[in-house]
Design a protein around this ligand. Sequence first.
Ligand code: BTN
Length: 271
Amino acid sequence: MQGMDNNLLCADRVIKALPTAVREVLQVAVYDTVGSTNDVLREKKGQAALHGTVVIANQQTEGRGRRGRRWCSPAGANLYCSMGWHFNVSLEMLTGLSLAVGAMVAEQIKTHLGVDLQLKWPNDLYYKEQKLGGILVEVLGDEAGGRSVVIGLGLNVNMPEEAGASIERPWTDLKSAVGAEVDRHALAGAVVAGVADGLAQFAESGFAHWHAAWCRRDYLSGRSIVIDGTPPIAGIACGVNGCGALLVESEAGQVAIAGGEASVLEIGAAS
Ligand code: BTN
């Protein structure tokens, strides 16, 4: 009963919120309920045809986070969005993609809502020590002439308290950051447009273009952290390198960590 609920996103209004130039290069579909917006795109036939396809859902029943975690996706409250993109670049060049997308989203939210988010390596968006969003990039494999990726973005926008109570780690939403309910159509338009522009730029210059912007928002910088693994690596986080690997000053000297999960060791800080 989409038309009866003002809280539900509809495609026409999201498309209207896009700048005309962006509108012409994207195909945007809005669903009421899906398992996972990433899966809707993954199941599409013909990877190259994914390029510029955007799937947004009002609710996800199987929303996925990194490392097999569940992504809390109640109806009509937040932004659950996936974009398909085809890159004519090597797999190596895609290493910093999820970090770059984090920077693109954070910059858009600053411009659109005036909220300054931080970026927690590798893929989390934070506000005041609490997680506000996350990015799940899935590479769909090799193809003649490049690779297609599905970029999933989950943003807590107007999270209902009851739904949020099921999230195991400290979380927040844009409504709390702004102090008022956030218009999700305008937000979706701004974020989708910013990411679409940013991905076109990424195809030219890779993560290098976002490196400085990412480091300005680095949540872990200077903190005492541990990276899970066998063995775990402990040390002080000191930024990311040009490929998006986390730099950690450890007992063994500076190491660059390409993947994993970082937890903050400081008492009172969120991990
Ligand atoms: C994380 O922080 O672990 C990543 C969360 C990514 C969630 C988004 S919501 C839209 C897209 N569909 C999914 O199932 N996951 C991503």
